[in-house]
Design a protein around this ligand. Structure first.
Ligand code: SF4
Length: 746
């Protein structure tokens, strides 16, 4: 075990303190350390390798420096801001590391005592602040022995749990009842993937029981593959409920507590004191968090079912924050259910801990057709003049020139560019410098504001995110400035948009033992492989549907053009077709249009030309209650046409079996609107992966179409109609992207 991990595990106490602390970059850390080491005398030893065995535990690490003549052992920390402003628990952790190195050094060199020096070096000025303690070998040994004892007790408990867990999983039967059609095929492919330690793209249709079909084989493979954890990750919140339902069945079939399940939710959902800062001076649930954490953790681990309700109950019982309890429990869970960002975001905690602690992880990614878009967002950033101006008003006067400089440079760049949109090959040096200076200045200011939270801090996070995106900039991303005239002033937004997240995701896939990405809509596989950076040996499975192909009557309206310039002219034909279908086969239908504007036009036209057809519409500002009301109108044997946006809230994850929904109309091909941005997007993707794949438009467009169409048949006995309303659905490249089992009428 590394010294750092041992101390993080055993040396935390007192308040939770998530106060903002600007940290030095890795490079600044190396430079700071090198600067300090260069100032020391010739006898100074750098990077002193140390290790020691305590019972079954081997602890090792490298102390930053040791000076034998003065018998001084140093731990060098490069920081931003004042060392006095550092949170107490962070400094405590630094001392714990240094004390551990001290104990190992004393043992290795038979020293009676050692001078411990915690050296804080400023990332900007490289000024040193040194804190010292003279410690005897005996007291250091005693402290280390106590820490190792704590860890070994935990590790023994975990090994016992692990053995019981693995034994239970080896005996885990597949859920009662026979396999559904296609489910066995999926389960076998997932099991093979786990055993071979690979990645798999699994396109599996609705109704086969995908969640169980993926989860059970991964659980069964867990003992043999020595998996530490399974991450069941979803792109949208709805998938988490299904996963927990499946895990309930695992719980029913295993001894109590055998498999620990943790479901993570966003901080906004779990926070008991919204608007407060997360530290002991502001939030009562942060006070003494680490002192009360062990008892809460013990209870949660004993209960084993750690869903958000259980986390809240246990946390409040012990007077600590439920959200951060959930984060702490990550180390203790066998199956973690949560959002995909835990594994794929630059700061994803599941990935970070797995790297730090050497976990073997099996990933299951549900609704994986959304992963490209979700991960693009994780590696993108933007900032507008309006944001900078608003933050400048709130910033201290001393810092305002830094804001003004960035405003000036972004405004000038926007004014000078040809047109309201321009892509740039690189960020101009002066703008990059201005951004860096703003990040540094604001960071140093915030370091002196221990209670900082709110708009200025949020703005700081935005600029840090942008700066990191600038640092990562490459062919995988697009840098652009959008300009908009607002009266006499100009608005401009600088964006770094990731277009191909493969560069960042490939190492993530390589780091886990195995990963299964599943969805009803993944084809073509090349799109997912290229954009997600899946390893070359990744597998692919396309599970056949459970429906008889003739149950879905697919019609192509090939006399209709829904291209943007033809929409007005074709509106009457579109709604007449819908009314004819409704009159011939009355029932509930969903009609998908590519934008709210187009949706309104079509719904108005239907109301005008066919007022007898009942209709209801999605609108832009629907809250949860409005969404439920929209879906509630789909009663069995009901009649009407519901208008919704393609790619929107009702185009996926909506389950309306039987006569609740008997058909869908899909107007357009779901292509993004023509724009200079879209043009750049396409050019960049063509440059990366070759032209003609449709990666920028046709493939994502058809994913939306197939997802929306997937609302019609939900159960094996369902029958329904699907109208594809555009003549381009006859084009070979479009037909090639439709599911092979769809049988379109000639
Ligand atoms: S309850 Fe809310 S404010 Fe308090 S520590 Fe938790 S997340 Fe932070």
């Amino acid at each position: 075990m590394s010294v750092r991990s041992l101390c993080e595990f055993t040396a935390k106490h007192g308040d939770l303190d998530r106060r903002f602390t600007p940290s030095a970059t890795a490079l600044e850390g190396q430079l700071g350390q090198a600067a300090v080491q260069a100032r020391r005398g010739p006898a100074y030893e750098c990077e002193v390798a140390l290790q020691g065995r305590f019972g079954p535990l081997l602890v090792r690490g490298r102390a930053d420096g040791y000076d034998p003549p003065s018998n001084r052992l140093e731990e060098i920390k490069t920081i931003r801001g004042q060392p006095e402003a550092m949170a107490e628990n962070r400094r405590h952790l630094h001392w714990a590391q240094l004390q551990t190195y001290g104990a190992l050094l004393c043992a290795a060199r038979e020293l009676q005592e050692v001078q411990l020096a915690l050296v804080y070096v400023d990332a900007g000025t490289q000024h040193e602040t040194v804190l010292q303690q003279l410690c005897s070998a005996a007291e250091l040994q005693a402290t280390l022995a106590r820490r190792c004892g704590l860890f070994v007790d935990w590790a023994r408990q975990e090994l016992t749990h692990r053995a019981a867990r693995d034994q239970a999983l080896e005996l885990l039967p597949f859920p009662p009842g026979p396999f559904r059609p296609g489910q066995r095929e999926l389960a076998e492919a997932v099991y093979r993937t786990a055993v071979n330690g690979r990645c798999l793209l699994a396109q599996a249709p609705t109704g086969i029981g995908k969640t169980l079909g993926a989860l059970f084989p991964m659980l069964r493979a867990m003992p043999g593959q020595r998996l530490d954890k399974i991450g069941y990750l979803t792109c949208k919140g709805t998938g988490r409920i299904t996963a927990l339902e499946a895990l309930h069945r695992v719980r029913d079939q295993t001894p109590a507590g055998a498999v620990r399940v943790l479901a993570l939710v966003a901080k906004e959902q779990a926070c008991e004191h919204p608007g407060k800062a997360c530290h002991g001076d502001a939030c009562p649930l942060a006070q003494g968090f680490y002192d009360r954490l062990p008892a809460a953790r013990e209870q949660a681990v004993a209960e084993a079912w750690m869903d958000p309700a259980a986390q809240r109950r246990i946390a409040l019982q012990h007077g600590i924050c439920p959200y951060y309890l959930g984060q702490e429990l990550l180390r203790w869970a066998d199956v973690v259910v949560g959002d995909v960002h835990h594994a794929f975001d630059p700061n994803g905690q599941l990935h970070g801990l797995a790297q730090a602690l050497g976990w073997r992880i099996g990933l299951l990614v549900d609704e994986a057709h959304n992963l490209v878009e979700r991960t693009r967002q994780m590696y993108s950033a933007a900032i507008s003049l309006a944001q900078i101006r608003a933050a400048r008003v709130l910033a201290p006067a001393l810092l305002r020139p830094l804001f003004s400089r960035l405003i000036q440079l972004l405004g000038e760049a926007a004014a000078e560019q040809d047109g309201d949109y321009a892509a740039h090959d690189e960020i101009p040096d002066d703008m990059a410098d201005a951004l860096q200076e703003l990040v540094s200045g604001l960071g140093e200011h915030l370091q002196t504001q221990p209670m900082a939270h709110g708009p200025v801090l949020n703005f700081y996070f935005d600029v840090v995110r942008l700066q990191k995106a600038v640092d990562r900039f490459g062919t995988h991303s697009l840098l652009d400035i959008e300009r908009e005239a607002l009266g006499s002033s100009v608005e401009a937004t600088l964006s770094l948009r990731n277009i191909a997240p493969a560069t960042f995701l490939r190492p993530r896939f390589e780091a886990c033992h195995c990963a299964v990405l599943f969805s009803a809509t993944l084809a073509p596989q090349g799109y997912q492989r290229d954009l997600l950076g899946l390893p070359d040996n990744s597998g692919w499975i396309d599970v056949p549907p459970i429906f008889a192909p003739e149950n879905l009557r697919v019609q192509i309206a090939d006399r209709v053009s829904t291209r943007y310039p033809h929409r007005e002219a074709s509106l009457a034909a579109v709604v007449d077709l819908m009314a004819r279908q409704f009159s011939a086969h009355p029932g509930n239908y969903l009609a998908f249009f590519s934008s709210f504007q187009y949706l309104q036009q079509a719904a108005d036209a239907l109301a005008l030309r066919h007022p007898q057809v009942p209709q209801w519409r999605q609108d832009r500002a629907m809250d949860d209650a409005a969404r439920v009301a929209f879906l509630t109108r789909f009663v069995p044997q009901g009649q009407g046409i519901a208008f919704a946006v393609l790619g929107g809230a009702f185009a996926e994850g909506v389950d309306l079996p039987g006569s609740r929904l008997i058909g869908a109309f899909i107007a357009t091909l779901g292509l993004p609107p023509v724009s200079p941005l879209q043009d750049q997007f396409r050019q960049r993707l063509d440059r990366l992966f070759g032209a003609g794949h449709g990666y920028a438009d046709l493939v994502p467009g058809m994913h939306k179409v197939v997802q929306a169409a997937g609302r019609v048949l939900r159960a094996p006995d369902d029958r329904g109609w699907l109208w594809l309303m555009d003549q381009r659905y006859r084009q070979p490249e479009v037909l090639a992207l439709l599911p092979a089992w769809w049988r379109h009428q000639p």
